[in-house]
Design a binder for this molecule. Structure first.
Ligand code: GLY
Length: 585
C-alpha cells in the first residue's frame, strides 16, 4: 500500500516516538503496555522488579531461601525468619544466632506496625565499670574482643517470637533451609572469602574460629570450595526440635556457659533462660505527606531519623539540588544537632527515661532550625544536648521482605563488629557477639564508633545497650511505600535518612536512592565524613562555610531496600555490598 521509502519513514518515526516516550518517562506512572513505573532510560541505577514477593538482603543464598518460603505460601514474617536463620549460615560476619537486633513488621490486614526488640542484654554479673582498668582507663581489648564483650544473645528468641506471633509456618519448616545449607554445605562466594580474609588475623587467635573459618592449611575457605558447618547444623537442629529451649537451655546453653567459664565470661545458664524479647510500639513521624515508622529505644535510630526529618522539613531541599553544598550543609547541621541529643538522652527505656515525644516534636525541630545559619557551619562545641523539660561496628546487617498480601518486614541484626568478638563456642558453630561495646564503658568518653554517650547508656545488669539499628518504613497515602535499613554502627541513622530523602524529596527510584553518595556527621568529632563521588567544588564550598570535611576511603552504610509502587515491588541491594542480592518473583 505504501512505497518502501514511506514505510521505512513510518517505522522510523513510530520508533522515535516510542523511544522518546520511554527516555523522557512520559508514560506517567505505568506505561500503556503495563510496563512498571520507574524503569526508564533516564536512570543509571535500576531496581529489580517483581510482582508478588521479594527479599532484598546481603547474601544471595539466604535471599533465595526467603523467596522460596514466600512461594511455598509463607508470609513475610515466615520468610524473614527463614532468611535470618539462613544468614547465620551463609553470612557469618553479621548473620547470627549469637547476636541480636530489631524486626519492624507491617501487618497488611490490620494496617498496623509493630517492633520486635531482640537486642542482647547485659549479663546479671555485668557492672558499670567492668571495662575500666586500675587507672580508670577503658580496656578496649576486654571491651571488644573478650568473653566479657558478649551480651546475652537475643536472635533465636526474637526469630521464634516473630514466627509464633506473626508467622504462619512451623519453626521446623522455616529452619529446614538453614539446616540444609549448614549440613550439606554451599560453595564459598568471593565476598565470603574476602570477609574471612579481612578479619583473618584476629579470627585465627581463637582456636575454634580458626577451625571453623579456615581450611587445613590455615587459609580462609577458598572461593568456590564447599563449606560445611556440621556443628552449626547441630545447633540449628536443637532449635528446630525444642524451640527456645533448644538454645537457651540444654546442650547448646551448656556449651555456651562452658566457654564462658573457660574464658572468664559472664553469661550464666540463668542469664540465658531469663532472656526475654520485648514487643514495642514503633516510633512514628511525618515528613510532608509521608509517614515514617521506625525503631524505638533501645535503638536511637528511629527517634533521630524523625528528628532530622522534622528539622529538614522546613527547607526547600529540592530546589537546593541533590548533594549540592547547600543541601549537604543543611543535612549535616541537622545530623550534628540530633547526635548531640543522642549523647545525653538515649538508652534502654526500661532503665532510663528517654524524652521521645520531645525529641520528635515539630516544635523542637522549629527551635533547632533557628540556630542553623544558611551558609555557616555551627561548631559542635556551640551545641549542647537538649534540656529535658522536667555504639558500634560497621558489620551489622539488614534485609527487607515483602509478601503478596502486602505484609512487610524490615530486619536489622548483628554481632556488632564483623564476626563479633571473633570468639566461637566449641561444638556449636556460633560466634559470640561483642554488643557490650555498645554501652558507654565510661560515660562521656567515645565508644567504638567515636560516639559520646552518657549515663543513660552506662552498663547495668539486664540492660540493653543503646543501638543505632534503624529498620524503617515509609507510608504514602496510608500504604507501605518504602522499607529499608542498613548496617554501619553510628552511620546507620544518617544512611537511612539520606535513602529516605533521596526517594521522598528527589523522586529517585530505590536503586538510585541507595547508590547516591552519602555524608555523615555525628556531632563529635566535629567533622563531616563524605563518600567519594561528591565534587571537589562542592567540598570547597562546604569548607568555606566552616565545615571540616574528610573524604573517606570507607563507604557509609549498605542498605537493602524495597519500594512498593503501583502494584509492583522494586528492590535494591546497595552497590556498596559485594554479594548483596534481590530475589523476587
Ligand atoms: N552494634 C551496632 C548497633 O547496634 O548500633
Amino acid at each position: 500500500m505504501f512505497s518502501p521509502l514511506f514505510s521505512q519513514w513510518l517505522r522510523f518515526s513510530l520508533l522515535s516516538i516510542l523511544l522518546t516516550a520511554v527516555s523522557t518517562g512520559s508514560w506517567g506512572q505505568v506505561a500503556p503496555d503495563g510496563r512498571p513505573p520507574i524503569i526508564d532510560y533516564q536512570n543509571r541505577f535500576l531496581p529489580v522488579v517483581a510482582k508478588q514477593g521479594m527479599v532484598a538482603g546481603p547474601e544471595k543464598l539466604a535471599a533465595e531461601v526467603g523467596t522460596r518460603i514466600l512461594k511455598a505460601g509463607g508470609n513475610a514474617v515466615d520468610a524473614a525468619v527463614a532468611t535470618g536463620f539462613a544468614l547465620a549460615v551463609t553470612y557469618p560476619r553479621a548473620g547470627n544466632l549469637g547476636g541480636g537486633g530489631f524486626m519492624l513488621i507491617h501487618l497488611a490486614d490490620e494496617n498496623k506496625q509493630t517492633l520486635i526488640d531482640y537486642r542482647e542484654t547485659a549479663p546479671a554479673a555485668a557492672t558499670r565499670d567492668m571495662y575500666l582498668n586500675t587507672d580508670g582507663e577503658i580496656d578496649r581489648m576486654k571491651e571488644y574482643f573478650s568473653h566479657q564483650s558478649a551480651g546475652v544473645p537475643g536472635t533465636v528468641a526474637g526469630m521464634i517470637y516473630a514466627l509464633e506471633n506473626y508467622g504462619t509456618m512451623s519453626l521446623k519448616k522455616v529452619l529446614a533451609p538453614a539446616i540444609e545449607l549448614a549440613s550439606s554445605g554451599f560453595n564459598v562466594s568471593f565476598a565470603l572469602n574476602f570477609e574471612i580474609n579481612a578479619r583473618a588475623a584476629r579470627l585465627k587467635q581463637n582456636p575454634e574460629a580458626l577451625r571453623l573459618f579456615f581450611d587445613k592449611k590455615g587459609e580462609p575457605h577458598a572461593m568456590g570450595s564447599r563449606w560445611k558447618q556440621p556443628d552449626l547444623a547441630w545447633t540449628l537442629k536443637q532449635i528446630s526440635r525444642r524451640g527456645n529451649a533448644g538454645f537457651y537451655e540444654g546442650a547448646v546453653a551448656r556449651r555456651i556457659v562452658a566457654e564462658m567459664e573457660r574464658g572468664e565470661g559472664l553469661i550464666t545458664l540463668d542469664d540465658l533462660t531469663n532472656y526475654r524479647v520485648v514487643e514495642r510500639a514503633p516510633v512514628a513521624g511525618t515528613f510532608h505527606d509521608f509517614t515514617v515508622v521506625s525503631t524505638p529505644p533501645p535503638s536511637s535510630g528511629g527517634i533521630h531519623i524523625i528528628q532530622m526529618l522534622n528539622i529538614l522539613e522546613g527547607y526547600d531541599l529540592k530546589s537546593m539540588g541533590h548533594n549540592s553544598a547547600a543541601y549537604i550543609h543543611h543535612l549535616v547541621e541537622s545530623m550534628r544537632r540530633a547526635y548531640a541529643d543522642r549523647s545525653a538522652h538515649l538508652g534502654d527505656p526500661d532503665f532510663a527515661s528517654v524524652p521521645v515525644s520531645q525529641l520528635i516534636s515539630k516544635d523542637y525541630a522549629a527551635q533547632q532550625r533557628q540556630s542553623i545559619a544558611p551558609n555557616q557551619a555551627t561548631p559542635s562545641s556551640h551545641i549542647a544536648p537538649m534540656q529535658v523539660l522536667a555504639g558500634e561496628s560497621t558489620d551489622t546487617t539488614h534485609y527487607t521482605v515483602v509478601d503478596k498480601a502486602g505484609n512487610v518486614v524490615a530486619n536489622t541484626y548483628t554481632l556488632n563488629f564483623s564476626f563479633g568478638s571473633h570468639i566461637a563456642v566449641p561444638g556449636t558453630g556460633l560466634l559470640l557477639n561483642n554488643e557490650m561495646a555498645d554501652f558507654a564503658a565510661s560515660p562521656g568518653k567515645p565508644n567504638a564508633y567515636g560516639l559520646i554517650e552518657g549515663e543513660t547508656n552506662a552498663i547495668a545488669a539486664g540492660k540493653r545497650p543503646l543501638s543505632s539499628m534503624s529498620p524503617t518504613m515509609v507510608f504514602k497515602d496510608g500504604k507501605p511505600w518504602l522499607a529499608t535499613g542498613s548496617p554501619g554502627g553510628s552511620v546507620i541513622i544518617t544512611t537511612v535518612l539520606q535513602t529516605l530523602l533521596n526517594a521522598m524529596v528527589f523522586d529517585m527510584n530505590i536503586a538510585a536512592a541507595a547508590a547516591g553518595a552519602r555524608v555523615h556527621h555525628q556531632w563529635l568529632p566535629d567533622k563531616m565524613r563524605i563518600e567519594q563521588g561528591i565534587s571537589p567544588d562542592t567540598i570547597r564550598l562546604l569548607e568555606s562555610m566552616g565545615h571540616t570535611v574528610e573524604v573517606g576511603q570507607r563507604t557509609l552504610g549498605r542498605t537493602q531496600s524495597i519500594m512498593l509502587d503501583n502494584g509492583y515491588l522494586f528492590g535494591a541491594t546497595d552497590t556498596r555490598r559485594p554479594g548483596g542480592w534481590v530475589a523476587g518473583y
